[in-house]
Ligand binder design. Structure first.
Ligand code: FES
Length: 148
């Protein structure tokens, strides 16, 4: 299954800077930094703490559990082998869209030129090169749950 799912409104994520959403059975932490949206599996690869409760700082999210820092673009932990699973993110029609399959490594970061015209230039870096606009019918039903 690889359908795009609208999980949040871009304005909500950009205002809060982070947001916990549900994607099927999975909890996903969304982060907004430098005009881009990033999506990580919410359970930290170290001991499972919620990254949505972490701190976004200098292009990284710092886990509230033991302060491991993960690069928002790659999921790679600073000075460690571990990599936090991520999701492909698209910003279109004012919403944040995810695909169900989690990613690892840096493959999900695509060139800005691949972004659809409706995606703000600053958010384009998180759009995969092979992506096409969402094909799900509108309005999609978000399954988002919020968390502060
Ligand atoms: S649980 Fe995230 S650093 Fe330990």
């Amino acid at each position: 299954m690889s359908e795009w799912t609208r999980v949040a409104e871009l304005t909500d994520v950009s205002r809060r800077r982070k947001k916990l959403v549900a994607l099927g059975e999975e909890r996903v932490a969304l982060f907004y930094a430098d005009g881009d949206v990033f999506a990580f599996r919410d359970a930290c690869v170290h001991k499972g703490k919620s990254l949505a409760r972490g701190t976004v700082l200098h292009g990284r999210v710092v886990c509230p559990g033991h302060q491991w820092a993960f690069d928002l673009r790659t999921g790679q932990a600073d000075d460690r082998e571990e990599c936090q699973p991520r999701y492909e993110v698209r910003v279109a029609d004012g919403g944040v869209w995810l695909r169900p399959a989690a990613l690892a490594g840096s493959a999900a970061v695509a060139p800005a030129a691949a972004a659809p015209a409706s995606v703000p230039a600053a958010a384009a870096n998180s759009v995969p090169a092979s992506a096409t606009p969402p094909s799900v019918p509108f309005p999609a039903s978000p399954t988002a749950a919020t968390q502060e």
